[in-house]
Design a protein around this ligand. Structure first.
Ligand SMILES: Cc1cc2nc3c(=O)[nH]c(=O)nc-3n(C[C@H](O)[C@H](O)[C@H](O)COP(=O)(O)OP(=O)(O)OC[C@H]3O[C@@H](n4cnc5c(N)ncnc54)[C@H](O)[C@@H]3O)c2cc1C
Length: 304
């Protein structure tokens, strides 16, 4: 990106932060990946609109949330990485609804719901994403998903226009939303919950947290389940049946605790993780005939 554009970005994101060659390992839960050519943290919709105008149609850019579902190439990301940061993380409680900025951590929204005696968001308390990423992914766990709690979403298109979409218009389905097809940015969402008993809400959250600690390799960096659940099967079982528990490439490993998780077992490169994911897909296909689709999103060039 040329210097003039970078200077314009500095001015546009005056309340945020612009940095060059930002290590993406600091922004992904895999803790791997090369650098972003330009990393822009934004603190309000006007800054975002101005940055989109500067980048226009010619400069490549992408958005990240909390980086908990991302694998960034070791060669990094060309162009700009946009990150909605402070200023986008407000949570307002109005009766049984919460109006949450895209950068709000799901854990904080769950906490706010609990404190206000609101039930329905317990499922998301242990998902380490932001509201924006969770809306994009229709994140879910323990029979809950964003689809069930999102009432509406405020979005910005790449021209800087904002619009509100209802939950129906978001076309949520298993780990999908309209944002998988349309170039839109989540600014905030209205979450509608029910009134509940605080003690029961707490018990439910504690139970889900205990189940995560028990079943998931939370001691290692990862991006959660690497693969989507194929219809009629469980990815972890297929991987285990293919004899791949503990299988390693470089520093990447199929978790011994939960075979659906690919973990960074120590100094993994993104290339190790990527190669491991591909090898798991191949061996599971050979063993069971089932094609595993990745849930993890790859950003940058992986040489394919
Ligand atoms: C230990 C662990 C456990 C996990 N458990 C679960 C689980 O139980 N259920 C589950 O569903 N997931 C789980 N995940 C995966 C992950 O946390 C979710 O997919 C989460 O919703 C991703 O949110 P994020 O903010 O980190 O998004 P990112 O990973 O940063 O981004 C995900 C996608 O959303 C896009 N995006 C992010 N923010 C915006 C925005 N504001 N506007 C437009 N696009 C945006 C990005 O471009 C990218 O395409 C887990 C991950 C880990 C590490």
């Amino acid at each position: 990106m040329n210097k003039e554009l970078v200077n314009q970005l500095y001015l546009a994101a005056a309340n945020g932060r612009v940095s060059l060659n930002e290590p993406m390992s600091a922004h992904t839960t895999f803790k791997t990946g090369g650098t972003a050519e330009v990393f822009v943290e934004l603190s309000n919709a006007d800054e975002l609109r101005e940055v989109l105008r500067i980048l226009g149609k010619n400069e490549p850019f992408c958005l990240i949330g909390n980086g908990s579902n991302l694998l960034v190439s070791d060669s990094g990301i060309k162009g700009a990485v946009l990150h909605l940061a402070k200023g986008f993380d407000e949570i307002k409680v109005c009766g049984d609804t919460l109006i949450c900025g895209a950068a709000s951590p799901l854990s904080r929204i769950a906490r706010a719901a609990y404190e206000n005696g609101l039930t329905g968001f317990e499922f998301a308390a242990g998902i380490p994403g932001s509201l924006g990423g969770a809306v994009v992914m229709n994140a879910g766990a323990y029979d809950g998903e964003m689809k069930n709690v999102v009432e509406s979403v405020t979005l910005m298109d790449y021209e800087g226009n904002t619009a509100e979409k209802s939950a129906d218009e978001m076309r949520f389905s298993y780990r999908r939303s309209i944002l998988k097809e349309e170039k839109l940015i989540v600014l905030c969402a209205v979450i509608k919950l029910g009134h509940g008993d605080k003690r029961e809400i707490k018990e439910k959250m504690d139970d889900f947290a205990a189940r995560r600690r028990d079943k998931q390799p939370l001691e290692y960096p990862s991006a959660g389940s690497a693969f989507k659940r194929p219809e009629g099967y469980f990815a972890a079982k297929l991987i285990e049946d293919a004899g791949l528990k503990g299988f390693r490439i470089g520093g990447a490993m199929v978790s011994e605790k939960h075979a659906g998780f690919v973990v960074n077992a120590g100094n993994a490169a993104s290339a190790d993780i990527y190669a491991l994911i591909r090898e798991v897909q191949k061996r599971v296909r050979d063993n069971s005939g089932v094609c595993l689709e990745t849930e993890v999103i790859c950003l940058g060039d992986f040489g394919e």
